[in-house]
Ligand binder design. Structure first.
Ligand code: 13P
Length: 215
């Protein structure tokens, strides 16, 4: 049987899960990953241990979240398809990283502590707590992404990052965790210096002038 694009993408999703597991941001069965292929979404099955992920652990659903192939998809399928329906995202990564959970517990956003936040759409908002797998959580996250956020903190839960490709979504998840690390470290020493929205606009202009693809 020929290897289809879908088979290859399932393997890519599983490989990303194994990579994410090595960074300890998806401990104890936490987290889920998806990628959009046309009007189908490849998404990790529910209760998956990222470190052992294989292509068979990646299910296929439609944009309504209806299962087309594979095992019971992630309990956050509604959140993933909600992001796809509301934005141009092509991949979504949800993890329970230590630093992003910690920042989301005390802060309504990641403030502008570093110019790299431009890649995430600026300040990263925290959405209120709703139980995992709920429509409320899916709607709050989808609305934040529709408003321009490429990453969102979920209070008392984790983070969601999206991108135009699987690689970019993972990169955005890592960036979110890194900037939360920086913010926490600075906060423990004193009050962090913050950039303004104008500073960020200047960075965007500079990136364009110097032809920085990803800023
Ligand atoms: P799933 O195993 O169903 O994807 O749920 C894990 C999780 O992180 C819920 O938010």
């Amino acid at each position: 049987m020929p290897i289809t694009e879908i088979d290859q993408m399932r393997e890519s999703v599983a490989a990303k899960c194994r990579e994410i597991a090595a960074r300890e941001v998806a401990v104890g069965g936490a987290g889920n990953v998806s990628v959009r292929v046309g009007d189908q979404v490849l998404i990790t099955r529910s209760n998956l241990r990222f470190e052992a992920a294989t292509a068979e652990d990646v299910s296929v659903v439609d944009l309504d979240g209806k299962l087309l192939e594979g095992e019971r998809p992630s309990s956050e399928t509604g959140l993933h398809v909600g992001v796809y329906r509301r934005s141009g995202a092509e991949a979504v990564v949800h993890t329970h990283g230590r630093s992003s959970v910690a920042v989301g517990l005390v802060s309504d956003e990641i403030p502008l502590v570093h110019y790299n936040l431009l890649r995430l759409g600026g300040r990263v908002p925290t959405v209120p707590y709703f139980v995992f797998g709920s429509k409320e959580l899916a709607d709050a996250t989808g609305d934040a992404v529709a408003a321009g956020a490429a990453a969102v903190l979920l209070r008392n839960h984790g983070s969601v990052a999206c991108g135009r490709s699987l690689d970019e979504a993972v990169e955005h998840a890592e960036m979110t965790e890194w900037v939360c690390d920086v913010y926490l470290a600075a906060k423990s020493l004193g009050e962090p210096s913050l950039l303004t929205s104008q500073d960020l606009e200047e960075v965007a202009g500079q990136a364009t002038r110097l032809a920085y693809g990803g800023h």
